[in-house]
Design a protein around this ligand. Structure first.
Ligand code: HEC
Ligand code: HEC
Length: 367
């Protein structure tokens, strides 16, 4: 009779221990409670652009019934070939002189890309292996590790949301690869960032990925928001720094320019002042992905303006610093400063590199 309790005990151990092991050792793969629907997103985009085109046509030629009706064929998701064929048909019905003034609005409905399901599948495997813990099981930046991510300076931060569901306008925006007001980004810029990483943040570099591997990963990322289909990449220009970049005069001129405009957020690092915290364009959310509220209003993620001399730059090369100042950082309050003119921007680049070196911060992506 003694054997029965022992058998029960043994049974509990053999079943219980593995269950305990699985529940403790595996991270909790949470799915965000904020759902999003690709067909919905695409249909909304199409509706907006079709309506925009209709308004423009009606404005110029009045209610030209036939054209306006054929535009409705573009309201719902279509394969690229069919979409562009219909678009060309519609365009051919428009008077020639009108076509020119409508070109941009028509182009917004032209599909430039569609996901290749084979590539997406392969990319997804890479994504799961290398990116998911931080960028979320579904690419929405809900981290798999519940403790969250932190910048080198210790404040909490989120990985990029590739779905757009946590962006205040539902857009897919990249801080360093997108232009300030733009959405999405050229593949080349994304590849560079994935290879090099973002120093000062948890985003590591993956220098060993081949071009083909990065293509798969980017294909997967793009498949997460249909707005990519209508996007045409514009290559970025990185200008050569001037010969005298590190001259005393430049550094001094840069210091003066910096102290007249940039200290509003960056403060004066040479006087030991800490930069201000600034809001971002993405919502803050809880462990299950619910958007946090402050009374009625959603809470926004925040970031400290860069603390020069105390943390590495995300894009540390002189030409990159130039472009960041010129074009700003999308999704943040770091607006473009193009109007300062190239010479003054180079002065400030020179001063920022001086601050980094003086503070002993390694300027290069060293991870
Ligand atoms: C250890 C965490 C972590 C891992 C792993 C990780 N990332 Fe990131 N990633 C981040 C964080 C954090 C940011 C946001 C940095 C910021 O906002 O300054 C980011 C940002 C990005 C960006 C945005 C760049 C921009 O211009 O805004 C891209 C693209 C990206 N990651 C791709 C990837 C890919 C692809 C992988 C896998 C191959 C990956 N990341 C793996 C943490 C991570
Ligand atoms: C309204 C606030 C504000 C002002 C004014 C401002 N910045 Fe920024 N800046 C920020 C914020 C916020 C960040 C960090 C963004 C992030 O990491 O998401 C930043 C980041 C930067 C970076 C870091 C880029 C990198 O690769 O890490 C540089 C360089 C920079 N700012 C230069 C300037 C210069 C030069 C000026 C003046 C011409 C200026 N900023 C004015 C808010 C501001």
């Amino acid at each position: 009779m003694k054997g029965i309790p022992f058998a029960i005990f043994l049974g509990l151990i053999t079943i219980g221990l593995p269950i305990l092991y699985i529940s403790v050792s595996h991270p909790r793969y949470k799915k965000s409670i904020v759902d999003y629907d690709l067909v919905d997103i695409e249909s909304k985009y199409r509706q907006e652009k079709v309506q925009n085109l209709k308004n423009k046509i009606a404005e110029i030629v009045g209610e030209n019934g036939k054209v306006l009706v054929s535009l409705d064929r573009l309201l719902n998701p279509l394969p690229m070939e069919e979409n562009n064929r219909i678009l060309d048909e519609v365009a051919s019905e428009l008077p020639k002189d009108l076509l020119d003034s409508l070109k941009d609005s028509i182009e917004e409905l032209r599909m430039k890309w569609e996901p290749d399901s084979k590539k997406v599948q392969i990319g997804k495997e890479y994504y799961k292996n290398y990116c998911m813990t931080c960028h979320g099981m579904y690419g929405d930046s809900l981290p798999v590790t519940p403790e969250g991510l932190k910048a080198d300076l210790g404040y909490p931060m989120y990985a990029r949301d590739f779905t757009g569901k946590y962006h205040r306008e539902g857009k897919v925006v990249f801080k360093y690869a997108s232009s300030f007001l733009g959405e999405m980004a050229p593949d080349e810029e994304l590849k560079r960032i994935i290879r090099e990483g973002l120093p000062g943040t948890p985003m590591p570099g993956y220098p060993y990925f081949t071009d083909a591997e990065l293509d798969y990963i980017i294909e997967y990322i793009k498949s997460l928001n249909p707005r990519w289909k209508f996007y045409k990449a514009e290559v970025r220009n990185y200008p050569q720094p001037p010969q005298d970049l590190y001259s005393e005069e430049r550094i001094q001129r840069g210091r003066e320019a910096f102290q007249s405009v940039c200290i509003a957020c960056h403060r004066n690092p040479e006087a030991g002042e800490e930069p201000l915290e600034q809001p971002l364009a993405w919502y803050e959310f809880s462990e299950d992905g619910a958007i946090l509220k402050d009374g009625e209003n959603p809470k926004f993620q925040a970031v400290k303006a860069r603390y020069f001399g105390k943390e590495p730059l995300r894009r540390p090369n002189p030409s990159e610093i130039f472009v960041v100042i010129q074009e700003g950082i999308a999704g943040s309050t770091m607006t473009p400063w193009k109007h300062l003119g190239d010479e003054k921007i180079w002065d400030i680049v020179s001063y920022i590199i001086y601050l980094q070196q003086k503070g002993g911060v390694d300027g290069n992506a060293s991870r």
